[in-house]
Design a protein around this ligand. Structure first.
Ligand code: FES
Length: 82
């Protein structure tokens, strides 16, 4: 297993350790607004276990993916509504 995983967050290339959860990678980069509610309010992870759906982001073009449920993979592109 490689000792690092290369991902892009909002176009910025970063390196994370293997088995890093996407939500953790985003938080470690200082991102506090993962998406917006239908009324435009900022949203970020709440439960961390796949229940609240507040952590949804776009991963590799797929919208509304719960970032707390996905491990970072090499080449992954993550987009938040930041
Ligand atoms: S933080 Fe609640 S579903 Fe991801």
């Amino acid at each position: 297993m490689s000792d690092s995983v290369q991902i892009k967050i909002n176009g910025n290339q970063i390196s994370v350790t293997p088995l890093t959860v996407v939500a953790t990678a985003l938080a470690n980069e200082g991102i506090t607004r993962f998406r917006r509610s239908v009324t435009g309010k900022p949203r970020a992870p709440l439960c961390g276990m796949g229940v609240c759906f507040e952590c949804r982001v776009t991963i590799n073009g797929q919208q509304n993916v719960r970032s707390c449920q996905v491990l970072c993979e090499d080449g992954m592109e993550i987009v938040t509504d930041d």
